[in-house]
Design a binder for this molecule. Structure first.
Ligand code: ZN
Length: 238
Protein backbone atom coordinates (compact mmCIF):
# COMPACT_ATOMS: atom_id res chain seq x y z
CA UNK A 1 0.00 0.00 0.00
CA UNK A 2 1.64 3.26 -1.11
CA UNK A 3 0.88 5.13 2.06
CA UNK A 4 3.82 6.64 3.89
CA UNK A 5 3.29 6.21 7.59
CA UNK A 6 5.72 5.65 10.40
CA UNK A 7 5.53 2.66 12.74
CA UNK A 8 4.12 4.90 15.44
CA UNK A 9 1.39 6.18 13.13
CA UNK A 10 0.55 2.58 12.21
CA UNK A 11 0.29 1.74 15.90
CA UNK A 12 -2.03 4.73 16.46
CA UNK A 13 -4.17 3.70 13.44
CA UNK A 14 -4.47 0.12 14.74
CA UNK A 15 -5.30 1.29 18.27
CA UNK A 16 -7.94 3.60 16.79
CA UNK A 17 -9.42 0.76 14.72
CA UNK A 18 -9.74 -1.47 17.82
CA UNK A 19 -11.23 1.41 19.82
CA UNK A 20 -13.77 2.07 17.06
CA UNK A 21 -14.61 -1.66 16.87
CA UNK A 22 -15.14 -1.80 20.65
CA UNK A 23 -17.32 1.33 20.59
CA UNK A 24 -19.39 -0.13 17.71
CA UNK A 25 -19.96 -3.26 19.79
CA UNK A 26 -21.05 -1.32 22.87
CA UNK A 27 -22.97 1.36 20.99
CA UNK A 28 -24.18 -0.02 17.64
CA UNK A 29 -23.73 2.52 14.85
CA UNK A 30 -26.63 4.71 13.82
CA UNK A 31 -27.11 6.12 10.34
CA UNK A 32 -26.00 9.76 10.19
CA UNK A 33 -28.84 10.47 7.76
CA UNK A 34 -31.90 8.87 9.39
CA UNK A 35 -30.77 7.56 12.81
CA UNK A 36 -31.58 3.94 12.03
CA UNK A 37 -29.42 1.45 13.93
CA UNK A 38 -27.09 -0.83 11.97
CA UNK A 39 -24.63 1.26 9.95
CA UNK A 40 -23.07 4.71 9.97
CA UNK A 41 -24.73 5.27 6.59
CA UNK A 42 -27.70 3.07 5.65
CA UNK A 43 -28.29 1.95 2.05
CA UNK A 44 -31.47 4.02 1.78
CA UNK A 45 -29.69 7.26 2.76
CA UNK A 46 -26.75 6.41 0.47
CA UNK A 47 -29.22 5.98 -2.40
CA UNK A 48 -30.74 9.36 -1.64
CA UNK A 49 -27.55 11.28 -2.58
CA UNK A 50 -28.33 13.52 -5.55
CA UNK A 51 -25.62 13.28 -8.24
CA UNK A 52 -24.43 16.45 -9.94
CA UNK A 53 -25.08 15.96 -13.63
CA UNK A 54 -22.09 17.98 -14.80
CA UNK A 55 -19.73 16.91 -11.99
CA UNK A 56 -20.41 20.22 -10.34
CA UNK A 57 -18.23 22.34 -12.58
CA UNK A 58 -21.19 24.22 -14.05
CA UNK A 59 -21.82 27.42 -12.14
CA UNK A 60 -18.42 27.38 -10.45
CA UNK A 61 -16.33 30.45 -11.14
CA UNK A 62 -13.09 29.52 -12.86
CA UNK A 63 -10.85 27.91 -10.27
CA UNK A 64 -7.52 29.17 -11.51
CA UNK A 65 -4.64 26.74 -11.13
CA UNK A 66 -6.93 23.69 -11.32
CA UNK A 67 -6.84 21.81 -14.61
CA UNK A 68 -10.09 20.05 -13.77
CA UNK A 69 -12.67 20.12 -11.00
CA UNK A 70 -15.14 17.37 -10.15
CA UNK A 71 -17.75 17.20 -7.41
CA UNK A 72 -19.94 14.14 -6.90
CA UNK A 73 -23.23 15.20 -5.29
CA UNK A 74 -25.44 18.08 -4.25
CA UNK A 75 -24.76 19.16 -0.67
CA UNK A 76 -28.15 18.41 0.85
CA UNK A 77 -30.22 15.88 2.79
CA UNK A 78 -28.56 12.74 4.14
CA UNK A 79 -25.20 13.61 2.55
CA UNK A 80 -25.16 16.98 4.29
CA UNK A 81 -25.89 15.28 7.62
CA UNK A 82 -23.22 12.63 7.00
CA UNK A 83 -20.55 15.23 6.16
CA UNK A 84 -21.54 17.17 9.27
CA UNK A 85 -21.19 14.02 11.39
CA UNK A 86 -17.78 13.24 9.86
CA UNK A 87 -16.53 16.77 10.49
CA UNK A 88 -18.07 17.78 13.78
CA UNK A 89 -19.38 14.66 15.55
CA UNK A 90 -16.20 12.59 15.32
CA UNK A 91 -17.84 9.82 13.27
CA UNK A 92 -14.59 9.01 11.49
CA UNK A 93 -16.03 5.70 10.24
CA UNK A 94 -18.10 7.71 7.73
CA UNK A 95 -14.95 8.48 5.71
CA UNK A 96 -14.96 5.03 4.11
CA UNK A 97 -18.59 4.94 2.83
CA UNK A 98 -18.41 8.62 1.81
CA UNK A 99 -15.16 8.08 -0.12
CA UNK A 100 -16.79 5.06 -1.78
CA UNK A 101 -19.80 7.20 -2.72
CA UNK A 102 -17.44 9.77 -4.26
CA UNK A 103 -15.58 7.06 -6.21
CA UNK A 104 -18.89 5.60 -7.44
CA UNK A 105 -19.60 8.92 -9.11
CA UNK A 106 -16.26 10.41 -10.15
CA UNK A 107 -14.08 8.77 -12.77
CA UNK A 108 -10.89 10.74 -13.15
CA UNK A 109 -8.80 10.94 -16.25
CA UNK A 110 -5.44 11.13 -14.46
CA UNK A 111 -2.12 9.31 -14.39
CA UNK A 112 -2.04 6.19 -12.21
CA UNK A 113 0.69 7.79 -10.08
CA UNK A 114 -1.26 10.99 -9.37
CA UNK A 115 -0.87 11.99 -5.74
CA UNK A 116 -3.94 12.27 -3.54
CA UNK A 117 -3.56 15.36 -1.40
CA UNK A 118 -6.15 16.37 1.23
CA UNK A 119 -6.85 20.05 1.81
CA UNK A 120 -4.85 20.58 5.00
CA UNK A 121 -6.13 22.03 8.25
CA UNK A 122 -3.90 24.30 10.29
CA UNK A 123 -2.05 22.26 12.94
CA UNK A 124 -3.89 24.10 15.75
CA UNK A 125 -7.30 23.30 14.22
CA UNK A 126 -6.26 19.72 13.54
CA UNK A 127 -5.23 19.26 17.16
CA UNK A 128 -8.53 20.75 18.34
CA UNK A 129 -10.54 18.30 16.22
CA UNK A 130 -8.13 15.40 16.55
CA UNK A 131 -8.15 14.62 12.82
CA UNK A 132 -8.54 16.17 9.39
CA UNK A 133 -11.72 14.89 7.71
CA UNK A 134 -10.33 15.60 4.20
CA UNK A 135 -7.30 13.46 5.08
CA UNK A 136 -9.58 10.59 6.12
CA UNK A 137 -11.42 10.85 2.78
CA UNK A 138 -8.13 10.98 0.83
CA UNK A 139 -6.78 7.97 2.76
CA UNK A 140 -9.89 5.93 1.90
CA UNK A 141 -9.68 7.07 -1.74
CA UNK A 142 -6.04 5.97 -1.94
CA UNK A 143 -7.21 2.47 -0.96
CA UNK A 144 -10.12 2.50 -3.42
CA UNK A 145 -8.23 3.93 -6.42
CA UNK A 146 -4.76 2.67 -5.50
CA UNK A 147 -3.30 6.15 -5.94
CA UNK A 148 -0.52 7.21 -3.58
CA UNK A 149 -1.30 9.54 -0.70
CA UNK A 150 1.02 12.51 -0.17
CA UNK A 151 3.31 12.53 2.82
CA UNK A 152 1.94 14.33 5.81
CA UNK A 153 2.84 18.03 5.95
CA UNK A 154 4.04 18.52 2.36
CA UNK A 155 1.09 20.82 1.75
CA UNK A 156 0.28 22.76 4.87
CA UNK A 157 -1.97 25.55 5.99
CA UNK A 158 0.54 28.12 7.13
CA UNK A 159 -1.88 30.44 8.89
CA UNK A 160 -5.10 29.96 10.82
CA UNK A 161 -8.06 31.10 8.76
CA UNK A 162 -11.53 31.80 10.04
CA UNK A 163 -14.32 29.53 8.85
CA UNK A 164 -15.58 30.18 5.33
CA UNK A 165 -19.16 29.68 6.55
CA UNK A 166 -21.09 32.94 6.43
CA UNK A 167 -18.54 34.76 4.26
CA UNK A 168 -19.49 36.25 0.92
CA UNK A 169 -17.76 35.35 -2.33
CA UNK A 170 -14.97 37.97 -2.24
CA UNK A 171 -14.28 37.45 1.47
CA UNK A 172 -13.85 33.71 0.97
CA UNK A 173 -11.04 34.31 -1.55
CA UNK A 174 -9.43 36.91 0.69
CA UNK A 175 -9.70 34.62 3.73
CA UNK A 176 -7.71 31.73 2.24
CA UNK A 177 -5.47 33.62 -0.19
CA UNK A 178 -1.84 32.71 0.51
CA UNK A 179 -2.86 30.42 3.39
CA UNK A 180 -1.15 27.32 1.98
CA UNK A 181 2.49 26.37 1.49
CA UNK A 182 3.71 23.40 -0.53
CA UNK A 183 7.11 21.83 0.01
CA UNK A 184 9.33 22.72 -2.91
CA UNK A 185 10.79 19.72 -4.70
CA UNK A 186 8.20 17.19 -3.51
CA UNK A 187 5.56 18.18 -6.07
CA UNK A 188 7.92 19.00 -8.95
CA UNK A 189 6.37 17.73 -12.22
CA UNK A 190 3.69 15.73 -10.34
CA UNK A 191 0.00 15.31 -11.06
CA UNK A 192 -1.94 16.09 -7.86
CA UNK A 193 -5.55 15.33 -6.92
CA UNK A 194 -6.62 17.74 -4.16
CA UNK A 195 -9.39 16.28 -1.99
CA UNK A 196 -11.98 18.25 0.00
CA UNK A 197 -15.39 17.44 1.43
CA UNK A 198 -17.36 20.35 0.00
CA UNK A 199 -16.69 22.99 -2.66
CA UNK A 200 -18.64 26.23 -2.49
CA UNK A 201 -16.83 28.98 -4.39
CA UNK A 202 -13.65 27.02 -5.08
CA UNK A 203 -11.61 29.60 -3.13
CA UNK A 204 -9.88 27.00 -0.93
CA UNK A 205 -9.18 24.74 -3.90
CA UNK A 206 -7.75 27.69 -5.82
CA UNK A 207 -5.46 28.68 -2.94
CA UNK A 208 -4.18 25.08 -2.66
CA UNK A 209 -3.66 24.85 -6.44
CA UNK A 210 -1.72 28.10 -6.42
CA UNK A 211 0.65 26.82 -3.71
CA UNK A 212 1.08 23.47 -5.48
CA UNK A 213 1.77 25.07 -8.87
CA UNK A 214 4.29 27.41 -7.23
CA UNK A 215 6.01 24.27 -5.91
CA UNK A 216 6.23 22.88 -9.45
CA UNK A 217 3.15 20.61 -9.69
CA UNK A 218 2.38 19.92 -13.35
CA UNK A 219 -1.34 19.18 -13.15
CA UNK A 220 -3.96 19.83 -10.49
CA UNK A 221 -7.34 18.12 -10.21
CA UNK A 222 -9.72 19.32 -7.51
CA UNK A 223 -12.31 16.83 -6.27
CA UNK A 224 -14.99 17.03 -3.60
CA UNK A 225 -17.79 14.89 -2.29
CA UNK A 226 -20.33 17.67 -2.59
CA UNK A 227 -20.94 21.02 -4.15
CA UNK A 228 -22.96 23.74 -2.55
CA UNK A 229 -24.02 27.14 -3.77
CA UNK A 230 -23.53 30.41 -1.98
CA UNK A 231 -26.53 32.67 -1.56
CA UNK A 232 -25.67 36.27 -2.49
CA UNK A 233 -27.00 39.15 -0.37
CA UNK A 234 -29.43 39.96 -3.22
CA UNK A 235 -30.93 36.49 -2.93
CA UNK A 236 -29.37 35.17 -6.12
CA UNK A 237 -27.39 31.98 -6.21
CA UNK A 238 -23.82 32.57 -7.20
ZN1 ZN B 1 -30.21 6.25 6.88
Amino acid sequence: MPIHVSGFQQFIEQARWWTDAAVDLLFPPRCAGCGRVGAHLCPRCRESFVPLVDNGADGLQAVSGCDQIACAYVYEGALRLAIHALKYKHVRQLAEPLAQALADRIRLNVDAGSLLCPVPMHEIRRRERGYNHAELLATSLSRIWDNPLVQSGVLRRSRVTSTQVGLDYASRYENVSGAFEAQSGYFQGKSVIVVDDVITTGATMQACAKALKAAGAARITGIALARTVLMQPNGCLQ
